[in-house]
Ligand binder design. Structure first.
Ligand code: ACO
Length: 436
C-alpha cells in the first residue's frame, strides 16, 4: 500500500485527545483511512454495518467505479474482455494477473479440460437429494463435498494445492451444475466433452441426452460465454467477502467456495436474476404492459416491500456496464431464435423505460443491473429459472478463488473478526425457574 503524506485527524467533542490516522492511496479510486490501531489508541471501534465505508482488504483484481459505471478486471474494461476474449482467457487473467499469450492460452485450456470430470462417486452423493430440491441447495452441498473427494488439494497454505483446487473448481463447476439440472429432470448425466469450448461443453452437458446429441449454436454459446465473463468477478461483494472470511480461518478452498455459493443464493445478490424473471412473469400474468404503472406504484410505496428486481446496486449509481452488454446479447439471442417479439422482453424494455424516467428511480440513481437482462437471455437459451443462480455461481467461482488466493498470499492477512456495538443486557444472574 502507498502511504499518503496526508493524515486523517480524529477528534472528540468530550476533550479526549485527538489522534492522527494514516491514509493510503490506491492506484485508482478513493483513499482509505487506516483504522487498525484505532481501538488500541482510543478504546473505540468504528461502526459500519453493511460495510458502506469500509475496505476489508487491498486487492489488485477488480476495480469498479460505480458513479462512472466502469468495471475493470486487472485493469481491462469489461467491454473489451467481453468482445475480444473468452471466459477461459478471463479466468487466466483473474487468477494470474495477465492475459495469456497463445501458448499459455493453449496450455490453460488443456489443463482445465483435463479436470472436467468429477469423481464417479459424486453421483451417489447427489442421489441423496430430493429430485425437486432447489439447484442452489444441491450445488452448495456438491461444492462442499468436493473437499471429501479431492484430499490432495485441500491445504490452503500450500500454493500448489491452491492452484490445483482453483483449476479443479473452474473445470468441475459446469459438470456439477449440469448434473444438478439433469438430476432434477430425471435424465441421465452427460459426461464432459473436452474438445468443445468451456461454454459449449456446459451447454451440451445440459441439453444432450443419450438418444440425441446437442449441436451447439454459435450465437447461444457466445451468449453463455458472455454471461460467464460478465459474472466472473465483482470485487468485494457479499459472496466474495463470505469466501474471504470463510477462508481466513484456514479452511480448505472447496469449503470456502461452498460458503460463497450459499451466500450468492440470496435474492438481494445472485438470486436477483431468478427474482427478476419471476417478477416479469408475474406482471405478465397480471395484465402485462398495461399494468406496469400499477406495479411501479407498488414499488414506490414504502409500505409494500415490493422492489423492482434487477434494478439498483450497492456500488453502481449509474448504468451497470454489464447490463449494457447483456442487453446487447439479449437482442442477439432473441434475434437468432426468432423471438424478437418475446412478450417478456418487450415488458422488460417497457419497464426499464418507465423506471429510467421516473423521479423515484432517478433521484435514487437506480439503474438496471446485469440481472435484469441475464434472466431473459438464459430463459431464451432454454435454461430453467431455478438454475439461473447456479450458473451465476459457476461463473463467479473463478472470482472467488482468485480473491481467496490473493488473500492467502497477502502478508497482511489475518483471520477476519469484526467487532460489535453491544446493546443487550448488562451482566445479570439466572433467576430460578419459578421466578422467570
Ligand atoms: N426497487 C425499488 N426501490 C429500490 C430498489 C429497487 N430495486 N433498490 C433500492 N431501492 C430504494 C430503497 O428502498 C432506498 O430507498 P429510500 O432511500 O427511500 O429508503 C434507496 O433505493 C436506496 O436503496 P438501498 O436499499 O439503501 O441500497 P443498497 O445499496 O443497500 O441495496 C440492492 C442495493 C440490495 C441491490 C437493492 O438495490 C435491491 O434490493 N435491488 C433489487 C435486487 C437486485 O436486483 N439485486 C441484484 C444486485 S446485482 C448482483 O448481485 C449481480
Amino acid at each position: 500500500m502507498t502511504p499518503s503524506d496526508v493524515k486523517a485527524t480524529l477528534s472528540f467533542s468530550d476533550g479526549s485527545p485527538s489522534i492522527d490516522l494514516p491514509l493510503y492511496k490506491g492506484s485508482i479510486g478513493p483513499d482509505v483511512i487506516d483504522i487498525r490501531k484505532l481501538y488500541g489508541q482510543t478504546g473505540k471501534f468504528t461502526y459500519d454495518p453493511g460495510f458502506l465505508s469500509t475496505a476489508s482488504c487491498q486487492s489488485t483484481i477488480t476495480y469498479i467505479d460505480g458513479d462512472k459505471g466502469e468495471l475493470l478486471y486487472r485493469g481491462y474494461p469489461i467491454e473489451q474482455l467481453a468482445t475480444q476474449c473468452d471466459f477461459l482467457d478471463t479466468c487466466y487473467l483473474l487468477l494470474y494477473g495477465e492475459l495469456p499469450n497463445e501458448q499459455k492460452q493453449k496450455d490453460f485450456h488443456k489443463l482445465v479440460s483435463e479436470h472436467t470430470m468429477v469423481h464417479e462417486q459424486m453421483q451417489f452423493f447427489l442421489r441423496g437429494f430430493r429430485r425437486d430440491a432447489h439447484p442452489m441447495a444441491v450445488l452448495t452441498g456438491l461444492v462442499g463435498a468436493l473437499s471429501a473427494f479431492y484430499h490432495d488439494s485441500t491445504d490452503i497454505n500450500n500454493p500448489t494445492h491452491r492452484n490445483i483446487a482453483a483449476i479443479r473448481l473452474i473445470a468441475k463447476m459446469p459438470t456439477l451444475v449440469a448434473m444438478a439440472y439433469k438430476y432434477g429432470e430425471g435424465q441421465p448425466y452427460v459426461y464432459p466433452r473436452n474438445k468443445l469450448s468451456y461454454a459449449g461443453n456446459f451447454m451440451r452437458m445440459m441439453f444432450a441426452t443419450p438418444c440425441e446429441d446437442y449441436e451447439p449454436n454459435e450465437v447461444l454459446v457466445r451468449a453463455m460465454d458472455r454471461i460467464f465473463i460478465l459474472h466472473a468477478d465483482h470485487e468485494q461483494n457479499a459472496s466474495t467477502s463470505t469466501v474471504r472470511l470463510c477462508g481466513s480461518s484456514g479452511t480448505n478452498p472447496f469449503a470456502a467456495i461452498a460458503a460463497g455459493v450459499a451466500c450468492l443464493w440470496g435474492p438481494a445478490h445472485g438470486g436477483a436474476n431468478e427474482a427478476a424473471l419471476n417478477m416479469l412473469e408475474d406482471i405478465q400474468r397480471n395484465g402485462g404492459i398495461e399494468k406496469i404503472g400499477e406495479f411501479i406504484k407498488q414499488v414506490k410505496d414504502k409500505n409494500s416491500s415490493v422492489k423492482l428486481m434487477g434494478f439498483g446496486h450497492r456500488v453502481y449509481k449509474n448504468y451497470d456496464p454489464r447490463a449494457k452488454l447483456m442487453r446487447e446479447t439479449c437482442y442477439e439471442v432473441l434475434g437468432a431464435l426468432g423471438l424478437e417479439n418475446d412478450p417478456l422482453f418487450k415488458l422488460a424494455m417497457a419497464l426499464e423505460k418507465i423506471a429510467l424516467e421516473d423521479e423515484y428511480f432517478v433521484a435514487r440513481k437506480l439503474y438496471p443491473n446485469v440481472d435484469f437482462y441475464s434472466g431473459i437471455v438464459q430463459r431464451a437459451i432454454g435454461i430453467p429459472v431455478s438454475l439461473f443462480t447456479a450458473i451465476f455461481a459457476l461463473a463467479r467461482t473463478v472470482g472467488w478463488i482468485a480473491q481467496l488466493n490473493e488473500m492467502i498470499g497477502d502478508p497482511e492477512y489475518k483471520i477476519g473478526r469484526p467487532r460489535q456495538l453491544f446493546v443487550g443486557s448488562e451482566r445479570r444472574d439466572v433467576p430460578p425457574l419459578h421466578q422467570r
